[in-house]
Design a protein around this ligand. Sequence first.
Ligand code: NAP
Length: 301
Amino acid sequence: MLPFARVTIIGLGLIGSSIARAVGVRMPTVRITGHDADPDVRARARDLGFCDDVTDQAGAAVVDADLVILCVPVGAMAAVAADIADDLPADAVLSDVGSSKAGIAAVLAEHFPHNPIVPAHPVAGTERSGPDAGFATLFDKRWCILTPADDADAVAVERVKAFWTSLGAEIEVMEAKHHDLVLAITSHLPHLIAYTIVGTASDLEQVTQSEVIKYSAGGFRDFTRIAASDPTMWRDVFLSNREAVLEMLQRFSEDLSALQRAIRWGDGDALFDLFSRTRAVRRSIVEQGQDDPREDFGRAH
Ligand code: NAP
């Protein structure tokens, strides 16, 4: 039995359109309604045809939904909640896909005191955004973390679990605050480092821009993929997960200072030990199927 029959997606970019496409492939009888604040995105979504219906107003999209998923940038969640509050059916399950969870949970609980709320974060994505960037297999074998409150409706949690399992995802349940700490180190800090290093390289005066680009295969280009991620999305992630990111940044700065000291004092053993440990982390990621095992990410040479 399908967990939901009428799913509404608000925000038809990379994640929203990927959910719609994946539902179309894996649960073709489910009716998908979509809405996006941007008229150009709505027009494109209609052309691409991954929704059964695309509405011009957010309220109209939710009136007969049994699951509503908010797929907008974290900073836009409150505005969308206000837009749909009068039209959301009392028994509809409300979810979102925001990359940070504690702040959104508070916003949703305030706007929807009576609806079952089951926040989710599919840990899957690319550096692209918009409705053309989505694809149906995005969530295949990727983790989807659910962060329901302690008193959340248990049946709704099971239904949302079943929904994401049907899209190919593996499910983990954790507290919103713990999620934000884990993602601060596994996702948010790596993005911050990539934004920093690409920014620093583009500001350098002794090395020309053309040299930075010409010799980027030395490592720099792998940071540029992450640093090309959506500016709105990432601005909102850092502002909403401020405390956890600052805590992890503090740890990172201390470790960076230790490395700086090792280089200054010629402590090769310290460098070698760290680099051996980090190599093992990469091996584990590949062994657990979270990345392509081929060398250089499988790029053609
Ligand atoms: P995206 O491709 O930029 O799509 C977001 C869409 O929401 C855009 O079309 C945007 O329109 C629209 N939007 C903005 N404000 C809105 C509002 N008030 N009402 C209705 N629509 C609105 O972004 P995404 O990558 O899919 O990210 C969506 C969410 O998923 C974010 O919360 C993000 O944190 C989360 N997430 C992202 C990834 C990833 O790797 N990208 C992974 C997991 C979770 P405009 O662009 O025209 O403003």
